[in-house]
Design a protein around this ligand. Structure first.
Ligand SMILES: Cc1cc2nc3c(=O)[nH]c(=O)nc-3n(C[C@H](O)[C@H](O)[C@H](O)COP(=O)(O)OP(=O)(O)OC[C@H]3O[C@@H](n4cnc5c(N)ncnc54)[C@H](O)[C@@H]3O)c2cc1C
Length: 411
Protein backbone atom coordinates (compact mmCIF):
# COMPACT_ATOMS: atom_id res chain seq x y z
CA UNK A 1 0.00 0.00 0.00
CA UNK A 2 1.45 3.41 -0.99
CA UNK A 3 1.85 6.30 1.48
CA UNK A 4 -0.96 8.08 -0.43
CA UNK A 5 -3.39 5.23 0.23
CA UNK A 6 -2.69 4.80 3.94
CA UNK A 7 -4.90 7.65 5.11
CA UNK A 8 -7.85 7.06 2.75
CA UNK A 9 -11.32 6.93 4.28
CA UNK A 10 -13.53 4.05 3.00
CA UNK A 11 -15.20 6.46 0.53
CA UNK A 12 -11.81 7.68 -0.71
CA UNK A 13 -10.47 4.13 -1.00
CA UNK A 14 -13.47 3.19 -3.14
CA UNK A 15 -12.95 6.30 -5.30
CA UNK A 16 -9.21 5.59 -5.66
CA UNK A 17 -9.95 2.03 -6.82
CA UNK A 18 -12.39 3.44 -9.40
CA UNK A 19 -9.79 6.00 -10.61
CA UNK A 20 -7.04 3.37 -10.87
CA UNK A 21 -9.25 0.93 -12.77
CA UNK A 22 -10.52 3.61 -15.16
CA UNK A 23 -7.05 5.03 -15.83
CA UNK A 24 -5.61 1.56 -16.47
CA UNK A 25 -8.09 1.22 -19.34
CA UNK A 26 -8.40 4.81 -20.56
CA UNK A 27 -5.09 6.68 -20.51
CA UNK A 28 -5.06 8.14 -24.04
CA UNK A 29 -2.75 7.09 -26.83
CA UNK A 30 0.18 9.50 -27.40
CA UNK A 31 -0.85 12.31 -29.77
CA UNK A 32 0.24 12.55 -33.37
CA UNK A 33 0.99 16.27 -32.86
CA UNK A 34 3.77 17.70 -30.66
CA UNK A 35 2.25 18.85 -27.39
CA UNK A 36 3.39 22.06 -25.71
CA UNK A 37 5.32 21.88 -22.44
CA UNK A 38 2.42 23.29 -20.39
CA UNK A 39 -1.21 24.30 -20.96
CA UNK A 40 -0.11 27.95 -21.06
CA UNK A 41 1.59 27.35 -24.43
CA UNK A 42 -1.22 25.64 -26.35
CA UNK A 43 -0.99 27.15 -29.80
CA UNK A 44 -2.82 25.06 -32.37
CA UNK A 45 -6.32 23.63 -32.63
CA UNK A 46 -4.79 20.13 -33.11
CA UNK A 47 -3.05 20.39 -29.74
CA UNK A 48 -6.20 21.78 -28.14
CA UNK A 49 -8.52 19.11 -29.61
CA UNK A 50 -6.36 16.25 -28.30
CA UNK A 51 -6.17 17.76 -24.80
CA UNK A 52 -9.86 18.74 -24.76
CA UNK A 53 -10.86 15.17 -25.63
CA UNK A 54 -8.75 13.93 -22.72
CA UNK A 55 -10.30 16.40 -20.26
CA UNK A 56 -13.80 15.47 -21.40
CA UNK A 57 -13.22 11.74 -20.91
CA UNK A 58 -11.64 12.31 -17.47
CA UNK A 59 -14.63 14.49 -16.50
CA UNK A 60 -17.12 11.88 -17.72
CA UNK A 61 -15.28 9.31 -15.56
CA UNK A 62 -15.68 11.55 -12.50
CA UNK A 63 -12.01 12.59 -12.17
CA UNK A 64 -12.61 16.33 -12.63
CA UNK A 65 -14.62 18.57 -10.31
CA UNK A 66 -14.93 15.67 -7.84
CA UNK A 67 -15.38 17.86 -4.75
CA UNK A 68 -17.97 20.26 -6.22
CA UNK A 69 -21.70 19.64 -5.63
CA UNK A 70 -23.62 17.59 -8.18
CA UNK A 71 -25.97 20.54 -8.89
CA UNK A 72 -23.10 22.50 -10.49
CA UNK A 73 -21.79 19.53 -12.46
CA UNK A 74 -19.38 18.22 -9.83
CA UNK A 75 -18.95 14.77 -8.36
CA UNK A 76 -20.47 15.62 -4.96
CA UNK A 77 -17.59 13.92 -3.13
CA UNK A 78 -15.47 14.93 -0.14
CA UNK A 79 -11.73 15.46 -0.57
CA UNK A 80 -11.43 13.19 -3.61
CA UNK A 81 -9.90 15.59 -6.17
CA UNK A 82 -6.53 15.17 -4.46
CA UNK A 83 -6.83 11.41 -5.02
CA UNK A 84 -7.81 11.83 -8.67
CA UNK A 85 -4.78 14.12 -9.10
CA UNK A 86 -2.44 11.59 -7.49
CA UNK A 87 -3.72 8.76 -9.66
CA UNK A 88 -3.59 10.82 -12.89
CA UNK A 89 -0.01 11.78 -12.06
CA UNK A 90 0.86 8.15 -11.39
CA UNK A 91 -0.74 7.09 -14.69
CA UNK A 92 1.31 9.81 -16.47
CA UNK A 93 -1.74 11.23 -18.20
CA UNK A 94 -1.49 14.31 -20.40
CA UNK A 95 -2.33 17.66 -18.80
CA UNK A 96 -5.75 19.26 -19.14
CA UNK A 97 -6.09 22.32 -21.35
CA UNK A 98 -8.55 24.31 -19.24
CA UNK A 99 -5.95 25.15 -16.64
CA UNK A 100 -7.23 28.66 -15.83
CA UNK A 101 -10.83 27.48 -15.83
CA UNK A 102 -10.19 24.59 -13.47
CA UNK A 103 -7.64 26.23 -11.23
CA UNK A 104 -8.97 29.77 -10.91
CA UNK A 105 -12.31 30.47 -12.58
CA UNK A 106 -14.16 27.46 -11.13
CA UNK A 107 -13.53 28.18 -7.42
CA UNK A 108 -14.17 31.90 -7.96
CA UNK A 109 -17.47 31.29 -9.75
CA UNK A 110 -18.39 28.68 -7.15
CA UNK A 111 -17.84 30.97 -4.16
CA UNK A 112 -19.10 34.25 -5.67
CA UNK A 113 -21.64 33.72 -8.50
CA UNK A 114 -25.42 33.45 -8.29
CA UNK A 115 -26.69 29.86 -8.24
CA UNK A 116 -28.16 30.04 -11.77
CA UNK A 117 -24.84 31.27 -13.22
CA UNK A 118 -22.86 28.52 -11.44
CA UNK A 119 -25.15 25.84 -12.84
CA UNK A 120 -24.86 27.31 -16.30
CA UNK A 121 -21.08 27.81 -16.40
CA UNK A 122 -19.41 25.11 -14.35
CA UNK A 123 -20.37 21.86 -16.17
CA UNK A 124 -18.87 23.03 -19.49
CA UNK A 125 -15.84 24.39 -17.64
CA UNK A 126 -15.18 21.02 -15.96
CA UNK A 127 -15.66 19.08 -19.19
CA UNK A 128 -13.23 21.38 -21.02
CA UNK A 129 -15.85 22.32 -23.61
CA UNK A 130 -15.51 25.97 -22.57
CA UNK A 131 -11.92 27.18 -22.23
CA UNK A 132 -11.45 30.09 -19.81
CA UNK A 133 -8.89 32.88 -19.54
CA UNK A 134 -8.01 35.44 -16.86
CA UNK A 135 -8.12 39.18 -17.57
CA UNK A 136 -6.29 40.62 -14.60
CA UNK A 137 -2.96 42.09 -15.80
CA UNK A 138 -2.74 45.37 -17.69
CA UNK A 139 0.21 47.32 -19.08
CA UNK A 140 0.32 49.33 -15.80
CA UNK A 141 -1.02 46.70 -13.38
CA UNK A 142 0.66 43.34 -12.79
CA UNK A 143 2.01 42.87 -9.29
CA UNK A 144 0.11 46.02 -8.29
CA UNK A 145 -3.20 44.57 -9.34
CA UNK A 146 -5.30 47.15 -7.53
CA UNK A 147 -4.21 49.68 -10.17
CA UNK A 148 -6.30 48.15 -13.00
CA UNK A 149 -7.82 50.81 -15.24
CA UNK A 150 -10.14 48.82 -17.54
CA UNK A 151 -13.41 50.58 -16.85
CA UNK A 152 -17.05 49.55 -16.88
CA UNK A 153 -19.67 52.29 -17.04
CA UNK A 154 -23.23 51.53 -15.98
CA UNK A 155 -26.02 51.89 -18.56
CA UNK A 156 -29.24 50.59 -16.95
CA UNK A 157 -28.94 46.83 -16.53
CA UNK A 158 -25.85 46.77 -18.74
CA UNK A 159 -22.20 47.71 -18.34
CA UNK A 160 -20.06 49.16 -21.14
CA UNK A 161 -16.44 48.01 -20.87
CA UNK A 162 -13.36 49.76 -22.28
CA UNK A 163 -9.74 48.91 -21.58
CA UNK A 164 -6.62 46.87 -22.33
CA UNK A 165 -5.59 43.57 -20.75
CA UNK A 166 -2.23 41.91 -21.37
CA UNK A 167 -0.47 38.53 -20.95
CA UNK A 168 -3.88 36.86 -21.22
CA UNK A 169 -3.00 33.15 -21.53
CA UNK A 170 -5.31 31.08 -23.73
CA UNK A 171 -7.49 34.07 -24.73
CA UNK A 172 -7.09 32.91 -28.35
CA UNK A 173 -9.21 29.83 -27.53
CA UNK A 174 -11.32 31.09 -24.64
CA UNK A 175 -15.09 31.24 -24.58
CA UNK A 176 -15.07 33.01 -21.20
CA UNK A 177 -12.87 35.40 -19.27
CA UNK A 178 -12.75 36.18 -15.57
CA UNK A 179 -12.33 39.94 -15.60
CA UNK A 180 -11.21 42.34 -12.89
CA UNK A 181 -12.09 45.93 -13.74
CA UNK A 182 -12.87 49.32 -12.30
CA UNK A 183 -16.43 50.54 -11.77
CA UNK A 184 -15.45 53.59 -9.68
CA UNK A 185 -12.44 55.78 -10.43
CA UNK A 186 -12.58 57.73 -7.18
CA UNK A 187 -11.40 54.91 -4.88
CA UNK A 188 -8.67 52.31 -5.39
CA UNK A 189 -9.55 48.85 -3.97
CA UNK A 190 -13.26 49.58 -3.39
CA UNK A 191 -13.60 50.83 -6.98
CA UNK A 192 -12.98 47.35 -8.40
CA UNK A 193 -15.65 44.88 -9.53
CA UNK A 194 -15.41 41.36 -10.93
CA UNK A 195 -17.20 39.96 -13.99
CA UNK A 196 -17.34 36.83 -16.11
CA UNK A 197 -17.45 37.80 -19.78
CA UNK A 198 -18.20 35.67 -22.87
CA UNK A 199 -15.33 36.87 -25.05
CA UNK A 200 -15.44 34.46 -27.98
CA UNK A 201 -18.98 35.44 -28.95
CA UNK A 202 -17.90 39.12 -28.73
CA UNK A 203 -14.87 38.86 -31.02
CA UNK A 204 -15.06 41.71 -33.52
CA UNK A 205 -18.01 43.15 -31.57
CA UNK A 206 -16.22 44.92 -28.74
CA UNK A 207 -13.41 42.42 -28.10
CA UNK A 208 -10.10 42.09 -29.98
CA UNK A 209 -7.58 39.35 -29.14
CA UNK A 210 -4.03 39.94 -30.40
CA UNK A 211 -1.42 37.19 -29.92
CA UNK A 212 1.89 38.03 -28.26
CA UNK A 213 4.76 35.94 -29.62
CA UNK A 214 7.08 34.63 -26.94
CA UNK A 215 10.84 34.16 -27.13
CA UNK A 216 10.18 30.43 -27.73
CA UNK A 217 8.21 31.23 -30.90
CA UNK A 218 4.94 30.18 -29.24
CA UNK A 219 1.82 32.32 -28.93
CA UNK A 220 0.48 31.22 -25.56
CA UNK A 221 -0.69 34.62 -24.42
CA UNK A 222 -2.35 37.70 -25.86
CA UNK A 223 -3.44 41.28 -25.52
CA UNK A 224 -7.19 41.72 -25.16
CA UNK A 225 -8.76 45.06 -26.05
CA UNK A 226 -12.27 46.02 -24.95
CA UNK A 227 -14.02 48.72 -26.98
CA UNK A 228 -17.55 49.52 -25.83
CA UNK A 229 -18.31 45.90 -25.01
CA UNK A 230 -21.78 45.64 -23.48
CA UNK A 231 -22.35 43.00 -20.81
CA UNK A 232 -25.32 42.24 -18.64
CA UNK A 233 -25.22 43.00 -14.91
CA UNK A 234 -26.04 39.32 -14.26
CA UNK A 235 -22.42 38.51 -15.24
CA UNK A 236 -21.10 40.41 -12.20
CA UNK A 237 -19.74 38.23 -9.38
CA UNK A 238 -20.54 39.32 -5.84
CA UNK A 239 -21.40 42.90 -4.94
CA UNK A 240 -20.43 46.02 -6.82
CA UNK A 241 -17.08 47.29 -5.49
CA UNK A 242 -16.14 43.90 -4.03
CA UNK A 243 -13.90 42.93 -6.96
CA UNK A 244 -10.75 42.99 -4.85
CA UNK A 245 -12.16 40.45 -2.38
CA UNK A 246 -13.29 38.20 -5.24
CA UNK A 247 -9.86 38.53 -6.88
CA UNK A 248 -8.30 37.31 -3.62
CA UNK A 249 -10.25 34.02 -4.02
CA UNK A 250 -8.84 33.69 -7.55
CA UNK A 251 -5.29 34.52 -6.50
CA UNK A 252 -5.32 32.18 -3.50
CA UNK A 253 -6.23 29.29 -5.82
CA UNK A 254 -3.79 30.47 -8.50
CA UNK A 255 -1.00 30.38 -5.93
CA UNK A 256 -2.13 26.98 -4.66
CA UNK A 257 -3.53 28.18 -1.32
CA UNK A 258 -7.28 28.00 -2.02
CA UNK A 259 -9.81 26.00 -0.01
CA UNK A 260 -10.93 23.72 -2.85
CA UNK A 261 -8.38 21.30 -4.24
CA UNK A 262 -8.41 22.10 -7.92
CA UNK A 263 -8.22 19.44 -10.61
CA UNK A 264 -4.52 19.51 -11.37
CA UNK A 265 -3.55 19.46 -14.97
CA UNK A 266 -2.92 15.73 -14.90
CA UNK A 267 0.47 14.09 -14.92
CA UNK A 268 2.57 16.79 -16.60
CA UNK A 269 5.11 14.01 -17.07
CA UNK A 270 3.42 12.02 -19.79
CA UNK A 271 5.58 10.71 -22.59
CA UNK A 272 4.10 13.34 -24.84
CA UNK A 273 5.30 16.26 -22.71
CA UNK A 274 8.78 17.29 -21.69
CA UNK A 275 10.07 16.28 -18.27
CA UNK A 276 12.43 18.64 -16.43
CA UNK A 277 12.90 16.58 -13.25
CA UNK A 278 16.31 15.77 -11.75
CA UNK A 279 15.86 12.20 -13.06
CA UNK A 280 15.55 13.62 -16.58
CA UNK A 281 18.79 15.55 -15.94
CA UNK A 282 20.57 12.36 -14.87
CA UNK A 283 19.39 10.71 -18.07
CA UNK A 284 20.64 13.65 -20.16
CA UNK A 285 24.03 13.70 -18.36
CA UNK A 286 24.52 9.97 -18.97
CA UNK A 287 23.91 10.43 -22.69
CA UNK A 288 26.10 13.53 -23.12
CA UNK A 289 29.77 13.14 -24.02
CA UNK A 290 32.24 15.50 -22.39
CA UNK A 291 36.08 15.42 -22.48
CA UNK A 292 36.24 11.74 -23.37
CA UNK A 293 33.74 10.71 -20.66
CA UNK A 294 30.07 11.41 -19.99
CA UNK A 295 28.76 14.54 -18.28
CA UNK A 296 27.41 12.24 -15.56
CA UNK A 297 31.01 11.53 -14.53
CA UNK A 298 31.84 15.22 -14.04
CA UNK A 299 31.84 15.93 -10.25
CA UNK A 300 30.46 19.45 -10.76
CA UNK A 301 27.51 18.17 -12.81
CA UNK A 302 26.90 15.40 -10.25
CA UNK A 303 26.84 17.96 -7.45
CA UNK A 304 24.42 20.26 -9.31
CA UNK A 305 22.01 17.41 -10.06
CA UNK A 306 22.25 16.14 -6.48
CA UNK A 307 21.23 19.59 -5.19
CA UNK A 308 18.18 19.46 -7.47
CA UNK A 309 17.26 15.96 -6.27
CA UNK A 310 17.41 17.16 -2.66
CA UNK A 311 15.18 20.17 -3.44
CA UNK A 312 12.67 17.96 -5.28
CA UNK A 313 12.62 15.51 -2.40
CA UNK A 314 12.05 18.40 0.03
CA UNK A 315 9.10 19.54 -2.06
CA UNK A 316 7.63 16.02 -2.11
CA UNK A 317 8.02 15.73 1.69
CA UNK A 318 6.39 19.16 2.11
CA UNK A 319 3.40 17.92 0.10
CA UNK A 320 3.19 14.78 2.23
CA UNK A 321 3.36 16.88 5.40
CA UNK A 322 0.51 19.02 4.04
CA UNK A 323 -1.82 16.05 4.39
CA UNK A 324 -1.24 15.77 8.14
CA UNK A 325 -3.38 18.47 9.70
CA UNK A 326 -1.48 18.43 13.01
CA UNK A 327 1.73 19.42 11.18
CA UNK A 328 0.22 22.45 9.46
CA UNK A 329 1.18 25.55 11.39
CA UNK A 330 -0.29 27.95 8.82
CA UNK A 331 -2.90 26.99 6.20
CA UNK A 332 -1.37 29.05 3.38
CA UNK A 333 2.28 28.38 3.99
CA UNK A 334 2.96 25.14 2.13
CA UNK A 335 1.00 26.05 -0.97
CA UNK A 336 2.64 29.47 -1.30
CA UNK A 337 6.07 28.05 -0.59
CA UNK A 338 5.58 25.23 -3.09
CA UNK A 339 4.67 27.60 -5.95
CA UNK A 340 7.84 29.57 -5.28
CA UNK A 341 10.07 26.49 -4.93
CA UNK A 342 8.56 24.60 -7.84
CA UNK A 343 8.99 27.45 -10.33
CA UNK A 344 12.58 28.11 -9.22
CA UNK A 345 13.52 24.41 -9.25
CA UNK A 346 12.19 24.13 -12.83
CA UNK A 347 14.23 27.15 -13.87
CA UNK A 348 17.42 25.84 -12.26
CA UNK A 349 16.95 22.35 -13.76
CA UNK A 350 16.60 23.79 -17.24
CA UNK A 351 19.70 25.95 -16.62
CA UNK A 352 21.73 22.88 -15.60
CA UNK A 353 20.55 21.09 -18.74
CA UNK A 354 21.82 24.04 -20.80
CA UNK A 355 25.25 23.67 -19.16
CA UNK A 356 25.28 19.92 -19.76
CA UNK A 357 24.35 20.30 -23.42
CA UNK A 358 26.93 23.07 -23.96
CA UNK A 359 27.01 24.35 -27.55
CA UNK A 360 24.31 21.82 -28.53
CA UNK A 361 21.86 23.84 -26.39
CA UNK A 362 21.71 26.34 -29.24
CA UNK A 363 19.96 23.71 -31.41
CA UNK A 364 16.19 24.07 -31.25
CA UNK A 365 12.97 22.24 -32.14
CA UNK A 366 13.02 21.04 -35.72
CA UNK A 367 16.81 20.49 -35.78
CA UNK A 368 17.37 16.75 -36.21
CA UNK A 369 20.65 16.85 -34.24
CA UNK A 370 19.24 18.75 -31.22
CA UNK A 371 19.48 16.68 -28.00
CA UNK A 372 16.02 15.58 -26.82
CA UNK A 373 14.52 17.23 -29.89
CA UNK A 374 15.47 20.73 -28.67
CA UNK A 375 13.02 20.56 -25.75
CA UNK A 376 15.52 21.70 -23.08
CA UNK A 377 16.26 25.17 -24.55
CA UNK A 378 12.52 25.64 -24.89
CA UNK A 379 12.00 24.58 -21.26
CA UNK A 380 14.76 27.00 -20.23
CA UNK A 381 13.10 29.95 -21.97
CA UNK A 382 9.62 29.00 -20.73
CA UNK A 383 10.87 28.59 -17.17
CA UNK A 384 11.27 32.34 -16.75
CA UNK A 385 7.53 32.78 -17.27
CA UNK A 386 6.71 30.43 -14.40
CA UNK A 387 8.63 32.52 -11.87
CA UNK A 388 6.55 35.54 -13.00
CA UNK A 389 3.06 34.14 -13.65
CA UNK A 390 0.73 33.83 -10.63
CA UNK A 391 2.90 36.32 -8.72
CA UNK A 392 6.61 36.90 -9.27
CA UNK A 393 9.10 35.20 -6.94
CA UNK A 394 9.81 38.57 -5.29
CA UNK A 395 6.12 39.19 -4.63
CA UNK A 396 5.64 35.59 -3.46
CA UNK A 397 8.48 36.07 -0.95
CA UNK A 398 6.83 39.30 0.25
CA UNK A 399 3.52 37.48 0.79
CA UNK A 400 5.22 34.68 2.71
CA UNK A 401 7.11 37.21 4.81
CA UNK A 402 4.10 39.37 5.59
CA UNK A 403 1.15 36.99 5.80
CA UNK A 404 2.83 33.81 6.98
CA UNK A 405 5.83 34.95 9.02
CA UNK A 406 4.09 38.14 10.22
CA UNK A 407 6.98 40.43 9.22
CA UNK A 408 6.56 44.15 8.64
CA UNK A 409 4.77 45.13 5.40
CA UNK A 410 7.00 46.23 2.48
CA UNK A 411 6.59 49.84 1.40
C1 LIG B 1 3.69 32.90 -18.67
C2 LIG B 1 2.80 33.98 -18.13
C3 LIG B 1 1.44 33.84 -18.19
C4 LIG B 1 0.61 34.85 -17.69
N1 LIG B 1 -0.73 34.69 -17.82
C5 LIG B 1 -1.56 35.67 -17.37
C6 LIG B 1 -2.97 35.56 -17.55
O1 LIG B 1 -3.46 34.58 -18.10
N2 LIG B 1 -3.75 36.55 -17.12
C7 LIG B 1 -3.24 37.66 -16.49
O2 LIG B 1 -4.03 38.51 -16.06
N3 LIG B 1 -1.92 37.81 -16.33
C8 LIG B 1 -1.06 36.84 -16.76
N4 LIG B 1 0.29 36.98 -16.62
C9 LIG B 1 0.83 38.24 -16.05
C10 LIG B 1 1.41 38.08 -14.67
O3 LIG B 1 0.40 37.89 -13.72
C11 LIG B 1 2.24 39.35 -14.39
O4 LIG B 1 3.31 39.37 -15.32
C12 LIG B 1 2.79 39.38 -12.99
O5 LIG B 1 1.74 39.60 -12.08
C13 LIG B 1 3.85 40.47 -12.79
O6 LIG B 1 3.36 41.70 -13.18
P1 LIG B 1 4.17 42.66 -14.20
O7 LIG B 1 4.56 41.83 -15.38
O8 LIG B 1 3.34 43.87 -14.40
O9 LIG B 1 5.51 43.03 -13.45
P2 LIG B 1 5.72 44.21 -12.38
O10 LIG B 1 4.65 44.15 -11.36
O11 LIG B 1 5.89 45.49 -13.12
O12 LIG B 1 7.08 43.76 -11.72
C14 LIG B 1 8.36 44.04 -12.33
C15 LIG B 1 9.43 43.53 -11.35
O13 LIG B 1 9.34 44.25 -10.10
C16 LIG B 1 9.20 43.33 -9.02
N5 LIG B 1 8.30 43.87 -8.00
C17 LIG B 1 7.08 44.45 -8.20
N6 LIG B 1 6.52 44.80 -7.02
C18 LIG B 1 7.40 44.42 -6.06
C19 LIG B 1 7.41 44.52 -4.63
N7 LIG B 1 6.39 45.06 -3.98
N8 LIG B 1 8.49 44.03 -3.97
C20 LIG B 1 9.53 43.46 -4.64
N9 LIG B 1 9.59 43.36 -5.98
C21 LIG B 1 8.55 43.83 -6.67
C22 LIG B 1 8.60 42.09 -9.63
O14 LIG B 1 8.87 40.94 -8.86
C23 LIG B 1 9.30 42.05 -10.99
O15 LIG B 1 10.58 41.47 -10.88
C24 LIG B 1 1.16 36.01 -17.10
C25 LIG B 1 2.55 36.15 -17.05
C26 LIG B 1 3.36 35.16 -17.56
C27 LIG B 1 4.84 35.36 -17.47
Amino acid sequence: MSADQQKDTPEQAEFRAHAQAWLAENTPEPPTVRLPQSPLEIMTTDQLSYLQAWQKSAYDAGLVGCDYPVEVGGGGRQNCQRIANEEMRRARTPFMPNVIGLGMAAPTVFYHAQEELKQRLLPKLFSGEDIWCQGFSEPGAGSDLASVQTFAERKGDKWVINGHKVWTSLAHFAEWMILLLRTDKSVKHDGLSYFVVPIKSALGKGVTVRPLIKITGETGFNEVIFEDLEVDDSYRLDELGKGWQVAMTTLAHERGAGELVTPSSGGMKSESTHNTSAMALIDLARRTARNGATAAEDPLVRDQIMQQLIREQGLAENNRRGRVTELLDHPMRLALQNKLLMSEIMQDSAGIAMDIEGAAASLYLGDGSAPDGGQWPMAYMNSFGFTIAAGTSEVQRNILGERVLGMAKSK
